[in-house]
Design a protein around this ligand. Structure first.
Ligand code: ZN
Length: 488
């Protein structure tokens, strides 16, 4: 009994010594905190946090509140945690119509228009077989085509059919438009998952989003491409049909928001410099139901990084580094990286004081021992110093087996171009992107808190933290590669 008690005292004593000698704040990062926060943020209460809705604003307020509880200081506008900005939304107006023969189709239920752009077409409809697309004079005609995965040997049919079908519609219709088609009707046959049409129809109907000085979305007249479900296969093949298309676009503004907080550094001069940690608040909101669930909770995308940033914030407030840490939870990422485009151009700290951007997007899924660091391949690496800091932190800590393929310029997903580090790269900031990549639950209602691998989420959080810590403590800031050029 006594011996046991004595042992306990020794253990407690050693524990205290090692805590006070801890050279960084990593002990403040706790798997239990990550799990508690993610169950809260990915709850149905926030209805999938869609950009430009009250749900995104509610999630932003929740994050700001958690940042405050973590003792992070506000670093947004006017002494708050918030930087509001305006989204432009361009949407096909309800008075638009598509008529085939005598039948006016129900928009987004029977017909999905691929471009958010005005169009007026009155033409005869001709059906062409897929094999004839290069041989026919199509000037002024509306053309109908049936798309099938049957006999398509492209490996992407199996790897990512959902993404592939849209690429296929776009490339095939572009070819027909080049040959003079005035409108293109694409029917996807029953070899293609029948949920793809209604799922995309909801997305396409939401339209195109932009910010002032952002993506420069063009809503000038375009040749319309209309996607029809498999049930139209017979109808579009009947001869002598006439079509009428009248598409109008409406444009309006509403608010989105970045949440910004900081942990001030200890270095007299170095504390004026920032390591920027980046995640995104929003996900896809309420959409097409799969298995009876219509809320796209985005637990991995990007709840995982949002709660990681809170945990990293706690680590930096427990043990500040020489440089300061800045945390930006971006709004409207899913609508085109709009929050990060806005912040990269309108930072709330002096632009030159941001010396590195550590972005994360989806860090809690897939194989427990694998992860990826995008922006590390020679094609995408704009700062070898920053990449080396991350590789060293991985070697010292979690030792993930790093996937190289997804950071290749030739990878079909183009994943390097799809998250919030990109606007910062465009503004010339050293930037890297931590991720555990996509998975079958990606952008579905199945991406929920219960499917996250929490030990893995903790390991990636540690890795992001230790990378930022090393950069925040280093004598020199990471240099930008002067020869770096974005290839797209
Ligand atoms: Zn994401």
């Amino acid at each position: 009994m006594k011996k046991a008690l004595f042992g306990c005292i020794i253990i407690l004593f050693i524990g205290t010594v090692s805590f006070s000698q801890q050279k960084n704040g990593i002990n403040a990062i706790k798997e239990s905190d990550l799990k508690r926060d993610l169950y809260a943020l990915a709850d149905d209460h926030f209805r999938g946090r869609e950009a430009g809705t009250i749900d995104e604003l509610k999630a932003a307020v929740w994050l700001a509140d958690q940042a405050r509880l973590a003792h992070l200081e506000p670093a947004g506008d006017d002494g708050t945690y918030f930087q509001f900005f305006s989204l432009w939304r361009n949407r096909i107006a309800e008075n638009s119509s598509v008529t085939v023969g005598s039948r006016t189709l129900k928009l987004w239920q029977e017909a999905a228009i691929l471009q958010t752009a005005p169009a007026k077409v009155d033409a005869d409809l001709v059906f062409i077989a897929d094999s004839q697309t290069n041989q026919t004079d199509l000037k002024g005609k509306a053309v109908a085509l049936i798309l099938s995965f049957k006999g398509d040997n492209d490996p992407y049919v199996k790897i990512n059919p959902r993404r592939y079908v849209l690429q296929l519609i776009r490339t095939k219709s572009a070819r027909l438009i080049e040959q003079g088609a005035s409108a293109v009707f694409v029917v996807t046959d029953d070899s293609i998952d029948s949920t793809f049409f209604p799922r995309y129809a909801v997305n396409l109907g939401r339209g195109l989003y932009d910010i002032d000085g952002g993506l420069n979305v063009s809503v000038t007249t375009k040749v319309p491409v209309i996607w029809l479900p498999a049930s139209f296969a017979k109808e579009v093949q009947e001869s002598g049909k006439h079509i009428r298309i009248d598409v109008n676009v409406e444009r309006f503004q509403y608010p989105s928001v970045n949440v910004v907080a900081k942990a001030e550094g200890t270095g007299t001069e170095l504390k004026k410099e920032y390591i920027l940690y980046s995640g995104h608040i929003d996900h896809d909101g309420v959409r097409y139901a799969l298995a009876g669930d219509s809320i796209y909770n985005g637990a991995d995308d990007n709840g995982s990084v949002n709660v990681a940033l809170l945990a990293i914030g706690r680590a930096f407030t427990v043990k500040p580094a020489k440089r300061s840490a800045l945390f930006v939870w971006h709004g409207a990422e899913e609508r085109g990286l709009l929050g990060s485009y806005w912040y990269a151009k309108h930072p709330t700290v002096p632009a030159k004081s941001i010396i590195a951007v550590l972005n994360g997007d989806m860090i809690g899924n897939n194989h427990p021992d694998s992860a990826a660091l995008l922006g590390s391949s020679p094609e995408h690496r704009n700062s070898p110093d920053l990449v080396n800091a991350a590789l060293k932190a991985n070697a010292d800590g979690p030792r993930f087996k790093l996937d190289q393929a997804w950071d290749s310029e030739s990878h079909r997903e183009g994943f390097y171009y799809r998250s919030d580090h990109l606007p910062y790269v465009k503004q010339g900031y050293p930037a890297i992107f931590f991720t555990t990549l996509t998975h079958p639950d990606y952008h579905t209602p199945r991406d929920e808190a219960k499917t996250i691998n929490y030990p893995k989420l903790k390991k990636v959080t540690d890795w992001m933290y230790l990378t930022g810590w090393a950069v925040a403590e280093a004598a020199e800031k990471p240099a930008i590669d002067p020869g770096f050029k974005l290839l797209r």
